[in-house]
Design a protein around this ligand. Structure first.
Ligand SMILES: Cc1cc2nc3c(=O)[nH]c(=O)nc-3n(C[C@H](O)[C@H](O)[C@H](O)COP(=O)(O)OP(=O)(O)OC[C@H]3O[C@@H](n4cnc5c(N)ncnc54)[C@H](O)[C@@H]3O)c2cc1C
Length: 459
């Protein structure tokens, strides 16, 4: 049986390993940390459930449920409360619900009458002539106000990113495709809905939000449990040697851990962040290594605060709120964690998860924990009317949080493709390629395993 080494036990690497093992490969996963999950990390303490990474994920691909069934964790799966469809955006200091129906759109004060009227021009705007940032794309098609109070906060919520730098083509390929394929967003949405109805598919923006009773890390833990005996923790990989056949033959690999341990393999998947992959591919492609090192991961802090129910008068009737840069606040937004998944706080308490930093304000990460907590308290006091001190708090800092698919990102993706052609049997699969959402990582993990399996593992 042929040997596959997967480097990195985040959700991308574990998904590759899971599917490759089912396809008949002898799989070994090498992970530098002591636990599986990478960014998906859950802490349970004193009745609180704290997510250090993703708070939830969207069911954007059927691969998720295929895995839940095979892992027998469907029973632990939970959907977000129905009220979570309601999301707020801060404007002029007040929280406005994002309108979900045409009537609500017409009556909302989130956008001015002029901003709404500007949308009527959209179908008549032509295609872009050059690669654009999200800001350029949205301002051109929908106007400045939709950028500032529609897309800007959304981009902060998804990427902790800056719409003036992210490439619309690479970071939001579906949005970009509406213009490319149908000539406009409104035309594209109408035609897309018709096509989806024919194929009986559900629109991605209607995908349901889920987690697990035990928290998000339960998913990678379950995959790791299934692969038990085939995962080595505390093994940072420092080198990959290729004993080189020339294409189209497959190369044989020697994967070297920091302690000098050597693992032979017929194929290797790098499922580590871009900056970690850079060091491993440098001997094979110095150009790709420089490009991977250049991928920007802004820092983000997740500040989890727990309060007694009596400390907030307003109803927590939704997902939480996002903050446009123009509002000049010191936080990116707050998730009402225990309103979405009630079991995340003890009875008669509520939990808030607030995001600080990102590409918008990376300098705020210099603050010590006490100042960071105080800053968030002041903001949630001002925005939501929360009173008094929290009864529980936890801060998680990600110095390098989420890869930014900035303008020109296709150059990085093309260079990855070239290396995979040049070194058959080497694959790169992580969230800097093909999407950052958990669902994207899982789907790309399966696709990578299928590419590997396509070369006959049992041969
Ligand atoms: C703060 C935050 C909030 C998020 N919120 C959401 C959300 O709400 N919904 C959503 O869908 N997505 C969210 N995401 C994104 C999503 O969580 C990630 O994109 C996804 O989990 C990345 O998985 P991965 O396996 O590609 O990478 P990672 O999780 O980064 O895993 C990489 C693994 O490689 C290991 N590693 C690194 N170097 C080496 C080495 N040399 N040798 C061996 N192992 C190594 C690391 O220890 C790690 O375990 C969020 C991300 C962050 C940071």
């Amino acid at each position: 049986m042929k040997q596959l080494i997967v480097v990195g036990a985040g959700i991308s690497g574990l998904s590759v390993a899971f599917w490759a093992e089912r396809a008949g490969w002898n799989v070994t996963v090498l992970e530098s940390a002591e636990v599986p999950g990478g960014t998906m990390r859950t802490v349970r303490e004193d009745g609180w459930l704290v997510e250090n990474g993703p708070n939830s994920a969207l069911e954007t691909t059927p691969v998720l449920w295929e895995m839940f069934r095979l892992l027998d964790i469907g029973k632990d799966h939970c959907y977000a409360d129905d009220s979570s469809n309601k999301r707020y955006v801060l404007r002029d200091g007040a929280l406005h619900p994002i309108p979900l129906s045409p009537g609500a759109f017409l009556s909302t004060s989130l956008w001015s009458p002029a901003g709404k009227l500007r949308l009527l021009k959209e179908p008549f705007i032509g295609r872009a002539e050059k690669e654009e940032t999200i800001a350029e794309f949205v301002e051109r098609r929908l106007g400045r106000e939709m950028l500032d109070y529609g897309i800007n906060p959304f981009v902060a919520g998804v990427y902790a990113g800056n719409p003036e730098q992210l490439s619309v083509r690479s970071a939001f390929p579906k949005l970009y495709a509406l213009e490319e394929k149908y000539g406009g967003l409104i035309k594209g949405m109408i035609a897309g809905a018709r096509e989806r109805r024919k194929r009986a598919e559900v629109a991605k923006d209607r995908a349901r939000m889920f987690s697990f009773v035990q928290g998000m890390q339960h998913f990678p833990e379950a995959i790791a449990g299934r692969l038990a005996g085939h995962i080595r923790f505390s093994v940072p990989v420092v080198k990959i040697d290729v004993a080189g056949a020339t294409p189209p033959e497959r190369s044989r690999f020697r994967v070297v851990g920091a302690d000098g341990a050597v693992f032979d393999a017929d194929a290797v998947v790098l499922s580590v962040p871009a900056y970690a992959a850079a060091g491993l591919v440098r001997p094979l492609s110095p150009d790709l290594a420089s490009l991977l090192l250049g991928v920007y991961y802004p820092p983000v802090a997740e500040v989890f605060l727990g309060f007694r129910r009596s400390q907030c008068a307003r109803p927590l009737d939704g997902f939480g709120y996002l903050i446009p840069a123009r509002e000049k606040r010191r936080i990116l937004g707050t998730i009402w964690s225990s309103a979405i998944f009630p079991a995340r706080a003890p009875a008669d308490h509520f939990a808030l998860t607030t995001f600080v930093g990102g590409s918008r304000q990376p300098e705020l990460m210099q603050l010590d924990d006490g100042s960071l907590r105080q800053l968030v308290l002041e903001e949630v006091h001002d925005i939501m009317g929360v009173t008094g001190a929290p009864v529980f708090s936890k801060i998680c800092r990600w110095e390098k949080a989420i890869p930014q698919y900035n303008l020109g990102y296709q150059t990085v993706l093309d260079a990855i493709g070239r290396l995979e052609m040049q070194v058959p049997g080497l694959y790169l699969c992580s969230n800097y390629r093909g999407g950052i959402a958990v669902g994207d990582c899982v789907m790309n993990g399966k696709i990578t395993a299928e590419r590997i399996a396509g070369v006959s593992p049992r041969a």
